[in-house]
Design a protein around this ligand. Sequence first.
Ligand code: PBG
Length: 332
Amino acid sequence: MTRLAAPFPAARFRRARKSPAIRALMQENEVSVNDLIWPVFLTEGTDTEEPVPSMPGVYRYSVDRVVEAAKEGADLGIPAICLFPYTPMEKRTRDCAEAWNPDNLSNRATRAIKAACPDLAIMTDVALDPYNIDGHDGFVVDGVIQNDETIEALVKQTLSQAEAGADIIGPSDMMDGRIAAMRNALEAGGHTNVLILSYAAKYASAFYGPFRDAVGATGALKGDKKTYQMNAANSDEALRLVTRDITEGADWVMVKPGMPYLDICSRVKRELQVPTFAYQVSGEYAMIQAAAQNGWIDGDRAMAESLLAFKRAGCDGVLTYFAPAMARALNG
Ligand code: PBG
């Protein structure tokens, strides 16, 4: 079929952008409050809310205060909260025993939040870095991160979190073989309905800086995490990690960081069709907030646009420090 050259454009895409109503009908993706998981930091004490300087708008909450925050989050319709403890320095030891203490900060917060907000899902972090004097996610011997010994500790940590009432276990440690070990232990321990959201494709990233400030790991960390976290240059490896973790028993998988790795989110979803989550990490949050505070960008619009990008890439959900602000924006 030939078409005569016309004195007008063959396709007017602008026609479908002409008004809010037409644009709404044309919209392919949408962020919903149902997509949000809210990461929060915990600290000892009572009635305490410490600002994290490198993350404007983010606080470390004492257990009584995190219960208030959780109620607020649940009222906004946020489905899940994710807990990260700031462990006092005197409780950080070489054997990391505080990690599986039934009364550690994370477990106390889990029980308190469950009692106050039974419908809010609680995700907990499995890794040794908040408990380790070296700041690493695993045991260190002569500068080498010990894979298999670390897994034994992670399994104890997993069981103590499940016993406290965690709904979703989030292993962020990147040891090999941890998912199978955790799944087996959860099954054997009667925690058959506790989910595992594996940090499957977690990259060794410069964007974790503010988080390490928030959990007090910045000064502690000796060296870097490149022998266990992924090389930023790799993409096929992420698919192999996701496949491996799903085979080992992960229910859901995560790509982390988020925005600089949207290509990975997209490949994971489109090539493997598994439940895919992204972590919009502390550095991504800090960049948007810093620019907004300087008046260089519109923070609310940048927040909404950044979260929409995850949906466009194919993510089922996003861990984001913007969760309450985004929920408020969505609830109008
Ligand atoms: C460590 C952990 C990190 C984050 C979550 N869990 C940092 C790291 O690997 O050093 C980063 C989250 C963020 O930057 O927001 N187990």
